[in-house]
Design a protein around this ligand. Structure first.
Ligand code: GL4
Length: 841
């Protein structure tokens, strides 16, 4: 149905079109209007929650006006668009970000103050949008910010989970999970009840030959679930471009409930159907770097992929272009293997629904998709059981078998007679039951595959995807080192540092071209500058110390060295190495004379992060950290020399307080296991140094900032395999200092040692897979170097200034430009300032 307003009436529309506010008065007017009419409250009944709601609605109105203009411009320009498919978008809070990106935070601050509110209190009312687990989800959020800021026509597609990542509570030292119901009031989404897609599951496939002898497959029967679109505007920084993140929500096809069942008296089961359908988008799986193979997860994946592709294809079809132009108009990026079914779904749409030949369709498909790999950990590589697939998506399984057959035929032609190669690269693993290897499917169905840091991209080429490099040639594989958005991770999280940098580099331009930070090098020895720099760090530490006091009751000294490790709890990230190091420090302090103690630099060891609910070892590590804190923090021999803090419920908004407050942060994964890491970049950008292993992006950070400005330690990735072999088949003696740490734990110094037996045992008796003992000595020694270096504050500050000055490379803008050029082949499409509706009308 044609829904556009006829030509003669359009002048009236233009006259009354919404205009984005710019002045303080107009902002206040909007806030009061929303309080009084949208929220139906008054000045006698307006608390901070209401003020947050009204301020957000005022900004939302502003964003959606620009959103409309952007979308119209993109539609009329009809140039190539990017679709970023991600099961996770870890957005955090939106209001602060929106105010800063449109450049009206000061206007809002004054306006709110005139209306009786402090802007910080209002910002703090917002519930984080926590639709992600960790780095992978936050990367997707940084990418959305960069794509909008660089004016790329780009959409994110994801799921609108009713429950985001769980909230973590610490009870008696243990992690307890509490559901995160975040949709009570969410002013940032627009339900599109008119954009609804039917998604089919189960059923069977009927095959026949039509009149002209063509093979036809019909997927029929089964059940239908409805996907409703919810749009979230994504404002670019200092540009009118406002992109879209479209999240799908599931509902039963029959609406409220199945009327037939209802009328036949089966009320309960009709409601049950409804609930079963809604379960699909109910909850984010809380695992990072771990695949559990649950059927509901596969349902989520297909539900989201099918709705998104239907939407993308529908938009393309409106242009009336030939199918062969599809890859010229559309680039789809797969954020890990989670959306790999999109490859199969597009092939299905093209051959089953649109009647294209297999080869013609397959060329379109492979030219459309790019696949980003985010991990080499074997337990994280997705595999789905064939019987499960057969039942849920019978037609897709057939297509996967066909894709595999054609692929294996081409391998056979290239490597005749190499049966082992065929077995190794087959998309179907011949196990019991058979499994679909999603990463292999993603490689075969994409034109580019990338890793997320240099070491990681090299590792995938030489280990897990080695055969595919031989088959497709090296050019199909590339690297795009991760980045972070300086808008949130500098400007928003560290306003005073941002202001100082702006004052020395000629304004906020560095937020659009992070290499401008280079200009700071000339201040690395400037006394006055260093003083201001150090004051800002101190103020950020005071802010965190207050937060620690209010949440844990522990008083920490802001003058102490703040040593921070915040990230998901995982054995490969080695929080256990950190806490064992802390125990070693405790033993050292206890053995010192009071004179010796006076010379030691006081330290606060801060931890934070969630463990997957079913990951017992990770939960044990949290338990140990808390128990060590309970003992150390009240030991009078220790005093200020050592405090151990576990911050509950680490999330994006807490990261904004924590990141600017580090002196040192820890990125100490076993070499070769952390694909990139992105918090390493955030900490350095905020004037903290790093203690880290030669892993992930730490290596490129070192190259950029200089090896004098980072504390590297530990074995190298190339030695890991041999060490593991020695553990298992040679002699395995533990580091003597680590043995002392274990002895203390076993003496029940931190509560019943039985609780930690599995953890110490994994290192003593079960091969120490993550090389904790091998790296322990080097870790302790390097921590001593950190202590020494920190005593020389003048040099320390210089190191941090030089490091910040050299971090330009790690902007997610650089990263997005690389994707755009090497993988997507798309150009920016700026929206002219104040051009009103798109040109056509
Ligand atoms: C991850 C990696 O573990 C992490 O190193 C990387 O920075 C991130 C974004 O590329 O992706 N992979 C998975 S799985 N979760 C992650 O956070």
């Amino acid at each position: 149905v044609e829904a556009s307003i006829p030509e003669p009436q359009r002048d009236a529309w233009k006259k009354f079109q919404a205009k984005p506010f710019v002045s303080k008065d107009d902002f206040e007017k909007e806030v009061v209007r929303h309080v009084e009419t949208t929220l139906a409250r008054s000045m006698f009944n307006c608390d901070e929650t209401a003020a947050y709601a009204a301020a957000s609605l005022a900004f939302r109105d502003r964003l959606i006006t620009e959103w409309n203009r952007t979308q119209q411009r993109q539609t009329f320009a009809d140039t190539k668009r990017v679709y970023y498919l991600s099961l996770e978008f870890l957005m955090g809070r939106a209001l602060d970000n929106a105010m800063l990106n449109v450049g009206l935070k000061n206007v809002a601050k004054e306006g709110l103050s005139e209306l009786g509110f402090r802007i910080e209190d209002i910002i703090n009312q917002e519930h984080d949008a926590a639709l992600g687990n960790g780095g992978l989800g936050r990367l997707a959020a940084c990418f959305l910010d960069s794509m909008a800021s660089l004016n790329f026509p780009a959409w994110g597609y994801g799921l609108r989970y009713k429950y985001g990542i769980f909230k973590q509570e610490i009870v008696d030292g243990y992690q307890v999970e509490v559901p995160d119901y975040w949709l009570d009031f969410n002013p940032w989404e627009f339900p599109r009840h008119d954009i609804v897609v039917d998604v089919q599951f189960y059923g069977g496939v009927r095959k026949y030959q039509d009149e002209v002898g063509k093979n036809v497959a019909v997927w029929e029967g089964g059940e239908i679930v409805k996907a409703t679109a919810y749009d979230v505007p994504i404002p670019g920084f200092d540009t009118p471009t406002t992109n879209n993140m479209r999240l799908w929500s599931s509902k039963a096809a029959s609406g409220e409930f199945d009327f037939q069942k209802f009328n036949s008296g089966d009320y309960e089961s009709s409601v049950a159907d409804q609930q079963r359908a809604e379960t699909i988008s109910a909850v984010l799986y809380p695992n990072d770097n771990l695949d559990r193979g649950k059927e509901l997860r596969l349902k989520q994946q297909y539900f989201w992929v099918a709705a998104s592709l239907y939407d993308i294809v529908r938009r393309f079809k409106k242009s009336k272009r030939a199918w062969s132009e599809f890859p010229d108009q559309i680039a789809i990026q797969l954020n890990d293997t989670h959306p790999t079914l999109a490859i199969v779904e597009l092939q299905r749409i093209l051959i089953d629904m649109e009647g294209l030949d297999w080869d013609e369709a397959w060329t379109i498909v492979t030219n459309t998709f790019g696949y980003t790999n985010h991990t080499v950990l074997p337990e994280a590589l997705e595999k789905w059981s064939v019987p499960l697939f057969q039942n849920l998506l019978p037609r897709h399984l057939q297509i996967i078998y066909d894709i595999n057959m054609f692929f294996l035929q081409s391998v056979e032609r290239k490597f005749p007679g190499d049966r082992d190669m065929l077995a190794r690269v087959s998309i179907i693993e011949e196990s019991q039951p058979k499994m679909v290897r999603m990463a292999f499917l993603a490689i075969v169905g994409s034109h580019k595959v990338n890793g997320v840091a240099e070491l990681h991209s090299d590792l995938i080429k030489t280990t897990i995807f080695k055969d595919f490099v031989k088959i497709f040639g090296p050019d199909k594989f590339t690297n795009v080192t991760n980045g972070i958005t300086p808008r949130r991770w500098l400007h928003q999280a560290n306003p005073r540092l941002s202001e100082l940098i702006a004052s020395k580099t000629g304004g906020l331009g560095f937020l659009k071209d992070l290499n401008v930070l280079n200009e700071l090098e000339k201040f690395a020895d400037d006394k006055a500058f260093k003083k201001e720099w150090a004051e800002i760090k101190y103020a950020n530490k005071v802010r965190l110390a207050k937060y620690i006091k209010s949440t844990t009751g522990v008083t920490v000294n802001p003058a102490a060295l703040f040593d921070i490790q915040v990230k998901r709890i995982h054995e490969y990230k080695r929080q256990q190495l950190n806490i064992f190091g802390v125990i070693h420090r405790y033993l050292t302090i206890k053995a010192m004379t009071p004179e010796q103690r006076k010379k030691l630099a006081p330290r606060v060891s801060i931890f934070g992060g969630k463990a997957a609910p079913g990951y017992w070892m990770a939960k044990t590590i949290i338990h140990l950290i808390n128990n060590v804190g309970a003992v150390v923090n009240k030991d009078p021999d220790v005093g200020d020399l050592l405090k151990v803090i576990f911050l509950e419920d680490y999330n994006v908004s807490k990261a904004e307080i924590i990141t600017p407050a580090s002196d040192v942060s820890e990125h100490i994964s076993t070499a070769g296991t952390e694909a990139s890491g992105t918090s390493n970049m955030k900490f350095v950008l905020n004037g903290g140094l790093i203690i880290g292993t030669c892993d992930g992006a730490n290596i490129e950070i070192t190259r950029e900032i200089g090896e004098n400005n980072i504390f590297l330690f530990g074995n190298l990735a190339e030695d890991v395999e041999d060490l593991r072999h020695t553990h298992n088949y040679g002699s395995h003696t533990l580091d003597p200092d680590l043995v002392k740490v274990f002895d203390l734990i076993k003496s029940n110094a931190f509560g019943d040692a039985g609780a930690f037996g599995a953890l110490t045992g994994s290192i003593e008796d079960h091969g120490d897979y993550y090389l904790v003992s091998d790296d322990f000595h080097s870790y302790i020694q390097t921590q001593t170097l950190v202590d020494e270096a920190y005593k020389n504050q003048e040099e320390w500050i210089t190191k941090t200034i030089l490091s910040v000055a050299r971090m330009g490379f790690f902007s997610s803008d650089r990263c997005i430009n690389e994707y755009a050029e090497m993988i997507w082949n798309v150009e920016p499409l700026p929206v002219e300032k104040g051009s009103g509706l798109g040109k056509e009308e």
